[in-house]
Design a binder for this molecule. Structure first.
Ligand code: IPM
Ligand code: MG
Length: 367
């Protein structure tokens, strides 16, 4: 088995380094190989997703990804911007199913901006479609100008589009995930439930989405399905987040709602994600971004990346026990009171990125 390590920009290298240290102490025989991606690749090689990086990712059993993006590159034409690297990887590897769990660790209930009773025990899963929607529609606008300057376009647009097979396959993924969670005793003991989030009242694309999800649901009589408009879903997420089990939604709405859900848990610095293709090969990355403002300062939270490593062990590398070991180590470290700045609260001990990584490494070793 081999793992491609793509650290990227901003805090990416720091947080990925800690996850790699955790991987190393697991004593599993994996080969790892690193490559440049994002702004770092553009700066060194002139392209955010160089051919060699894409080849490495395509040949790997799994990809561990940090984050991409930096304001430095904001004025580049769109095709050269760091974000194109992650979008290109998702597209080329066919990573259509994005799992973004939002779990509130018991020790962090007070780090949430919501009242503790609203988030205590929160465990929801956002299933975001990742290779369609307005993200991959036809764009037109300022960055199309060859010199990167606005040259007097009268308009700008991006087209929103979903095909039936694209909706069907993500709906199947969501219903099956809900089933698995229920079998494992999830969703506070209540039965499996999928909430499909759309904007069917305004957009044809999402009326179609709603129709197709409803059709697929006929094959899952044991899973409850309801539909919410995205604006209402955004509200319900802060009003009563524990009412949700699995949320399935498109690329754009999933991007927004997953940031919102992440914050419910105290910090976006805690949340891992997995992006899988039809063969269960995947790319694993923290749900947060590259945070260039805190890069290189040893203050970023490496736990989302470390927990993404756990997801990788479980979903792509068939090492469920190692995954549990990593997750249990993270829990123990939180129990011991160590906190990076983003999750720090009165009475806990503030540590840096490196120290947090070392504590998880030690906890893995001790287990
Ligand atoms: C995410 C990020 C990306 C997205 C960016 C970096 C392109 O926000 O993974 O959520 O919008 O999908
Ligand atoms: Mg996002």
């Amino acid at each position: 088995m081999n793992i491609a390590i793509l650290s990227g920009d901003g805090i990416g290298p720091e947080i990925v380094a800690e996850a790699v240290r955790v991987l190393d102490v697991l004593d599993l025989r994996f080969d790892t190989e690193s490559a440049l991606v994002g702004g770092a690749a553009y700066a060194a090689l002139g392209h955010p997703l160089p051919e060699a990086t894409l080849k490495l990712a395509q040949g790997a059993d799994a990809v561990l990804f940090g984050a991409v993006g930096d304001w430095k590159y904001d004025t580049l034409e769109r095709s050269l911007r760091p974000e194109q690297a992650i979008l290109g990887l998702r597209k080329h590897l066919g990573l259509f199913a994005n799992f973004r769990p939002a779990i509130c660790h018991a020790q962090l209930t007070h780090a949430s901006s919501l009242k503790p009773e609203l988030v205590a025990g929160l465990d929801i899963l956002i299933v975001r479609e990742l290779t369609g929607d307005i993200y991959f529609g036809r764009p037109r606008g300022r960055r199309d100008a060859p010199d990167g300057e606005f040259t007097g376009h009268p308009e700008a647009f991006d087209t929103m589009r979903y095909t039936r097979p694209e909706i069907e396959r993500i709906a199947h993924v969501a219903f099956q995930a809900a089933r698995k969670r229920a079998a494992a005793g999830g969703h506070q003991g209540a039965g499996a439930r999928v909430t499909s989030v759309d904007k069917a009242n305004v957009l044809e694309t999402f009326q179609f989405w709603r129709d197709v999800v409803t059709e697929v649901h006929a094959q899952y009589p044991d899973v409850a399905l309801d539909h919410l408009y995205v604006d209402n879903a955004a509200m319900q997420l802060v009003k009563a987040p524990k009412a949700f089990d699995v949320i399935v939604t498109g690329n754009m709405f999933g991007d927004i709602l997953s940031d919102e859900a992440a914050m419910l848990t105290g910090s976006i610095g805690m949340l891992p994600s997995a992006s899988l293709n039809a063969q269960n090969r995947g790319l694993y990355e923290p749900s947060h971004g590259s945070a260039p403002d805190i890069a290189g300062k040893n203050i970023a939270n490496p736990l989302a990346t470390i927990l993404s490593l756990a997801m990788m062990l479980r979903y792509s590398l068939n090492q469920p026990e190692a995954a549990l070991r990593v997750e249990a180590a993270v829990t123990r470290v939180l129990e011991s009171g160590l906190r990076t700045a983003d999750i720090w609260s009165e009475g806990t001990q503030r540590v840096g990125t490196r120290e947090m990584g070392s504590a998880v490494v030690a906890a893995v070793k001790a287990a």
